[in-house]
Design a protein around this ligand. Structure first.
Ligand code: APR
Length: 280
């Protein structure tokens, strides 16, 4: 017997139908999953876009392959390439985008259950989203420590090292291990809070995926953890992951900032959103 498709939650898979679903108050627990694509308009390159992505612009670092710059085993042998790049990635120089402000607006309206981000630029926090609403799945530059003895390393000294592009070493001279920021390298475990919260997509009544290629697991499997009848919205330049494969998936295949403006307008929130962003 053919498995019966779950009843459609949205009458049609359009932004307008999704906006009605939100305005009818049927989206009270929204989970959002974001990647580097929401920060490109802030001036931070993403990783995999053909010309502009970070991985297409690392030739000067003589890496065996682009992702090596974030590989823990490569880093332990050759920390220089990462520290040559870290200065460009270090938070503090960039302004949040209107997409970041939209995340804050969802929180202000009491609709944001949890934001899972892969980004290390801290722009979600700078846009106003409270820390307890954010899961920084790939860590952040907020902390740093020794890769050998795990002893924490002072923030000021790390800032200095990054500014001057020199490689910081553990302050415990008996250890003298390499110091690394708390961003998750390939080959490292994601933070415990990712696994403690990855049951939340199954509790959500709306899932929004923005600015990610959904190429890196386990983060990339989050959208699939939503219930079948939970509408899922993708705002992204290109179709990614299994998005579009479910009856209530809505695809907005365009720039995040313009997709977010369209959704806000359909919800009657555009003025509020623009005003919020103008103060960021
Ligand atoms: N608007 C909409 N989509 C965009 C925009 C934009 N302005 N800019 C880029 N994109 C899309 C790209 O088309 C791509 O699908 O966002 C996605 C970015 O994908 P990646 O560059 O792979 O970035 P991300 O998904 O965050 O990478 C995941 O890979 O290297 C690791 O740890 C790193 O967290 C990172 C992870």
């Amino acid at each position: 017997v053919e498995p019966t498709a779950p009843p459609q939650t949205l009458r049609e898979c359009t932004l307008e139908a999704l906006a009605r679903y939100i305005k009818d108050g049927r989206a009270q627990k929204i989970v959002v999953m974001t990647g580097a694509g929401i920060s490109t308009s802030a001036g931070i390159p993403d990783f995999r876009s053909p010309e502009t992505g970070l991985y297409a612009n690392l030739a000067r670092l003589n890496l065996p392959y682009p992702e090596a710059v974030f590989d823990i085993d490569f880093f332990k042998k050759n920390p220089e390439p990462f520290y040559a790049l870290a200065q460009e990635l270090y938070p503090g120089k960039f302004r949040p985008t209107i997409t970041h402000s939209f995340l804050y607006l969802l929180h202000q309206k009491g609709l944001l259950l949890k934001l899972f981000t892969q980004n290390i630029d801290c722009l979600e926090r700078e846009a106003g989203v409270p820390g307890d609403k954010i899961i920084e799945a790939h860590g952040s530059f907020a902390k740093q420590g020794c890769v050998e003895c795990k002893k924490p390393y002072p923030q000021e000294r790390m800032r200095d090292a990054i500014e001057k592009k020199w490689v910081p070493y553990c302050l415990d001279l008996s250890c003298n291990g390499l110091v690394k920021p708390g961003i998750v390298f390939f080959g490292e475990q994601l933070p415990a809070e990712f696994f403690e919260n990855n049951s939340l997509p199954a509790q959500a009544d709306l899932c929004i995926v923005m600015g990610t290629s959904l190429q890196v697991h386990p983060f990339a499997s989050l959208p699939q953890m939503c219930e079948r009848e939970t509408p899922r919205l993708l705002i992204n330049s290109e179709k990614v992951g299994d998005m579009g494969g479910r009856p209530d998936d809505v695809l907005v295949l365009e720039d995040c900032d313009s997709g977010v403006r369209k959704l806000a307008e359909a919800c009657g929130w555009l003025e509020e959103l623009e005003a919020l962003w103008a103060t960021t």
